[in-house]
Design a protein. Structure first.
Length: 429
């Protein structure tokens, strides 16, 4: 056999062997390279190039492991997208593989036994990292998750619109924290027996409202049921996030069975069409399967979207908030300077209609939080949280007082005046 032909045969054999190894369940796969995704922003409120060294002290991405299931359908999924169709309104780019990335509350992976039937039936990639439990520092925990996510995106054509970040207990809080910071990478979140709050940045709240679906799962015997069912879930819903709360019968603080997750995946997938539609109008709302934008590129894309939004009265406020987000997230880049210039120009105008939108949004969040904290504080609390009831009641009272003093939402004012005596009576007990 000629040397060139021999080399080609060997390469083909290696390629086939590698592909064969990647199909099916693998208990341990090692991350090949450090993540290219912006893990720093999920930890903080800026995308800096040199984060504090102590955040990742002793951590090596190339030693990070995760368990994974790759469905047989991955064989037919291209490693690179096909070119877009020239036909108007059509796009020949394949959707890619859906993914569930599950964050454990312990140092061992979790979720596969409960997701196995769902993933095998629907051709969904499943992965769960090692060493990402509650005893791991938050910066390192976030970095591990994004190391694994990027490794999967390098190896396979992953559909961002059907990438679902899930987690149990503390892992569910981490899932919310990452997805709410980087919604462009995900289609939804599945926090189990825990949940999370939206970020403070208005433009990120807008992005979550426009793009993500959040399936909050708890159990009838879960000690976090009150937080999930009466507090976190209702706030998200009241603010306009596509969300639902699922209370599983006879489930304590644990992970439900495949039937629950089958229903959850079906519900999450139902929002994929709207996510794709949003990305058609605003491409920066999604980081596609083969995209890993650098700081400058990503800042420029979000800046361009902000510029587009401020041209329409309906999206003027969201556009200004996005420009402010660019300025705060990348203060050292040219896009931030340009964003600041536009913001100062608008601030100098006599008429500022966006200020009403800003106040309306703050009021909406205030009312949502008052109602949810009221419901949480006055409902059943497990022993773990019983000693926090006084603080919760005081918080709810203060929020309702602010709603009443604002006086702009008649129904909310009536609710506050009706609820205050009951809250104060409970506080006095």
């Amino acid at each position: 056999m000629k040397p060139k032909l021999l080399i080609c045969c060997l390469l083909l054999t290696i390629l086939r062997t590698t592909q064969a190894e990647e199909i099916g369940y693998q208990q341990s796969v090692t991350v090949r390279d450090a993540t290219r995704l912006d893990w720093v922003f999920a930890v903080s409120n800026q995308s800096v190039t040199n984060p504090p060294a102590e955040w990742l002290e002793g951590y090596d991405s190339t030693k990070q492991r995760y368990e994974v299931f790759i469905p047989p359908t991955a064989k037919g999924t291209p490693t690179k997208p096909k070119p877009k169709s020239k036909a108007k309104g059509k796009d020949a780019e394949p959707e890619g593989l859906p993914l569930v990335l599950f964050i454990s509350a312990g140092d061992q992976p979790a979720g596969w036994s409960q997701f196995q039937a769902v993933c095998q039936k629907n051709g969904i990639v499943f992965a769960s990292p090692y060493g990402v439990g509650n005893n791991t520092s938050m910066p390192k925990r976030i970095r591990i998750v994004l190391d694994v996510l990027d490794d999967l995106r390098r190896r396979h054509h992953i559909d961002s619109d059907r990438t679902y970040l899930a987690g149990f207990s503390g892992g569910g809080r981490v899932a919310c924290g990452i997805a709410f910071a980087l919604p462009e990478l995900f289609g939804g979140v599945i926090p189990v027996c825990a949940s999370g709050d939206l970020r403070e940045e208005p433009w990120l709240r807008h992005r979550v409202i426009d793009r993500l679906s959040v399936a909050n799962i708890t159990g009838t015997g879960d000690f976090n049921r009150g937080e999930v069912e009466r507090f976190r879930g209702p706030i998200l819903a009241d603010l306009g996030v596509r969300t639902k709360v699922i209370v599983v019968e006879n489930l304590g603080h644990g992970i439900p069975d495949s039937k629950t997750f089958s229903e959850v995946i079906e519900w999450l997938d139902a929002g994929a069409a709207d996510r794709r539609k949003l990305a058609t109008k605003h491409p920066a709302s999604r980081i596609g399967p083969d995209a890993t934008p650098a700081r400058e590129e990503w800042a420029k894309s979000l800046f361009a979207e902000g510029q587009l939004r401020i041209k329409e009265p309906k999206t003027l406020y969201s556009g200004l908030m996005q420009l402010r987000g660019v300025m705060q997230r990348w203060p050292d880049l040219r896009a931030a300077d340009e964003a600041k210039r536009i913001l100062l120009e608008y601030e100098a105008r006599q008429e500022k209609p966006w200020e009403d939108d800003d106040i309306d949004e703050q009021r909406r969040y205030l009312i949502a939080r008052a109602r949810a904290l009221d419901a949480y504080a006055t409902g059943d609390l497990p022993l773990q949280y019983a000693n926090q009831r006084k603080e919760m009641l005081e918080g709810a009272i203060n929020l309702w007082i602010q709603v009443i003093q604002d006086g702009q939402d008649d129904k909310a004012v009536d609710d506050g005046q009706r609820r205050l005596p009951k809250l104060k009576a409970m506080l006095a007990e």
